[in-house]
Design a protein. Structure first.
Lengths: 143, 438
């Protein structure tokens, strides 16, 4: 069920990020969601794209340093307290969130949240029990 | 027992070698005194005349010669014969300062080629071999030295020079090269490129490699042996002494036999100049016994190593030098601690990293900083910042354990550190820019 996320290592050097975004543009890849983690030395750009396998291939060809891993995506109603409910259920069940990021789709009433947790299956089960819609790779392509 | 190019000499009893050295020493000192004004002045200043040198025990009376002397004498100051008797010039790379030029008579070249031939035969070479020389040809001694040695042995010589790695690999494969000669960092790069091109180590016909001209570690040797499917042999030399071949490794791979029929080696305390007993660690000093054009008496190499004369299973009787632990030129003093780049390299290889790294030393707020840039392992990237930070921290602790000082480790993307086709530039000491004497 989980969705594929691409994480790319970007050195703290001029033009590193442009190399990544140019490559994706060339391949006609649509970035659905992204977040950038930065440290003093390097950054990690994490992305959900419409076509993860093609994106990985393209970035590999460009000799970029990356990994693909699975994250949990859920639809959260776009209203006060929407996210709180999801985070609370994970906290109550001792599932740690390493990081998360959100994006809002213009056409729907939902916001989408990407969660990096230590146990994807457990998180998905708990969240769907609470009525959250779990996003799949297919959904991502269609959003 | 091994293979020899000149068995009688390479296995000569030690007493006989010493007698030969003593006789040659007496003659060369006289020759230098008569023909090299620069060194004659040095001897006069030290109050020594050729008559004082009657045997090996008198060697220590002679003044040292340093790289600074050779620079001062540039270009002809240490030349001992007419230029019309010289047939060749080689030069140092000049990476540590002004270039030094060395001159050769035909006799000098012949001896040098013979020493390289000994190295090739010790690595298992014969007239049936195809020797690919990818050391640079030109002013650098690497190409000419191994090329000459390969011809002496009667090998089929592939004079590739350095660079154009894809072409190197094409010729290596198409012409079934069996022995490769280059710098160890270039050998590692060729191995990496072969793998990228989809070749397995057993796909090539190489059996041995002769690598020198820069410091490398045992770990790096194992890596190269694995990636190319060969036995990797060390070779040693300096442009000043002729070039590669002054010492070479045998099948034992436990140090390099010094060609004692042509050189006397000593180990001294680099600070006091005092001669140290066999087995001590110190600076290597060479006295050339047969050089006509550019003779060197007690030349300080700046290389730190140990000499041992233990019986070698290869049958050679020449004294052995260990792999230099670093040049005293390469040695950095960081926060008061002596650091050799090779120590850091050993840690990286031990921790499973590729030997591609760069060391940057600087001074910030009156305190030395040591930054080590290391290529992350292929496929070892995590989307979590804390995982990457953890890897950097683990490597920093391993380096700290080795050196006693804390480095800052920076992981960079694989293959992002520039590869070298000759000598790799591993260290950038920015303190020099500040005019700090280091």
């Amino acid at each position: 069920m989980a969705i594929k996320q691409l994480s790319v290592f970007v050195e703290n050097v001029e033009g590193s990020l442009a190399k990544v975004t140019d490559a994706l543009a060339e391949e006609n890849i649509d970035i659905r969601a992204m977040c950038m983690a930065d440290t003093q030395e390097f950054g990690i750009i994490r992305m959900i794209v419409d076509d993860a396998p093609s994106a990985k291939q393209k970035l590999d060809d460009k000799n970029l340093f990356l990994s693909v891993n699975e994250v949990v995506g859920i639809a959260v109603s776009d209203e006060p307290g929407g996210l709180a409910k999801a985070v609370r259920v994970l906290a109550d069940n001792h599932i740690n969130i390493d990081y998360m990021y959100a994006f809002i789709s213009v056409s729907k009433k939902n916001a989408y949240v990407v969660l990096r947790v230590d146990d994807n299956d457990a998180a998905e089960m708990l969240l769907s029990e609470q009525g959250f819609t779990i996003v799949t790779d297919d959904d991502v392509s269609r959003i | 027992m091994g293979n020899y190019f000149q068995k009688d000499i390479e296995t000569m009893p030690v007493e006989q070698i010493k007698a030969m050295q003593a006789e040659k020493l007496v003659n060369i000192v006289k020759y230098v005194y008569d023909n090299v004004e620069y060194y004659r002045n040095k001897m006069n200043e030290a109050g020594v005349t050729p008559d004082d040198i009657k045997g090996l025990e008198d060697l220590r009376k002679l003044p040292f010669l340093s790289k600074a002397d050779l620079r001062e004498g540039y270009p002809y100051g240490l030349l001992a014969t007419d230029l019309k008797n010289c047939v060749r010039i080689h030069s140092t790379s000049g990476t540590t300062g002004k270039r030094v030029v060395a001159f050769y008579t035909q006799h000098d070249i012949d001896i040098w080629n013979e020493m390289c031939a000994r190295a090739i035969v010790a690595a298992g070479g014969s007239d049936e071999d195809v020797v690919q020389v990818c050391y640079g040809y030109g002013l650098f001694t690497g190409g000419a030295g191994l090329d000459g040695g390969s011809h002496k042995v009667g090998c089929l010589t592939l004079p590739m020079s350095s660079g154009n790695t894809e072409r190197q690999i094409m010729f290596m494969m198409d012409l079934s090269a069996t022995i490769i000669c280059c710098t160890p960092s270039y050998a590692a790069y060729i191995g990496e490129t072969l793998k990228e091109m989809g070749y397995k180590p057993e796909d090539n016909k190489l059996k041995a490699g002769i690598f020198g001209a820069e410091a490398w570690t045992e770990e790096m040797r194992r890596d190269i042996e694995k990636s190319l499917g060969i036995k990797a042999y060390d070779i040693y030399g300096l442009t000043e002494t002729c070039g590669p071949g002054v010492a070479f490794e045998c099948s034992e791979q436990t140090g390099m036999h010094i060609n004692e029929d042509h050189f006397i080696a000593e180990i001294i305390d680099p600070d006091t100049g005092e001669v140290l007993p066999e087995g001590s660690k110190g600076e290597l000093v060479f006295t050339a016994l047969d050089k006509e054009a550019f003779p060197l008496l007690r030349y300080r190499t700046r290389d730190i190593c140990v000499l041992t004369r233990e019986k070698c299973s290869c049958g050679r009787t020449f004294i052995k030098m260990c792999k230099p632990m670093g040049r005293s030129d390469d040695m950095m003093i960081i926060r008061g601690v002596n650091v050799f780049p090779s120590q850091i390299e050993a840690v990286l290889l031990n921790e499973g990293y590729a030997p591609n790294y760069q060391i940057i030393v600087d001074r910030v707020n009156n305190s030395d900083t040591l930054d080590v840039y290391v290529e992350a392992k292929e496929g070892d990237f995590s989307d979590k910042v804390k995982d990457m930070a953890k890897k950097e921290k683990a490597l920093a602790s391993a380096i700290k354990a080795m050196l006693g000082i804390n480095p800052k480790v920076h992981l960079v993307a694989p293959k992002s550190i520039q590869r070298s086709e000759g000598k790799a530039v591993r260290v950038i000491d920015k303190r020099k820019r500040l005019g700090i004497n280091v």
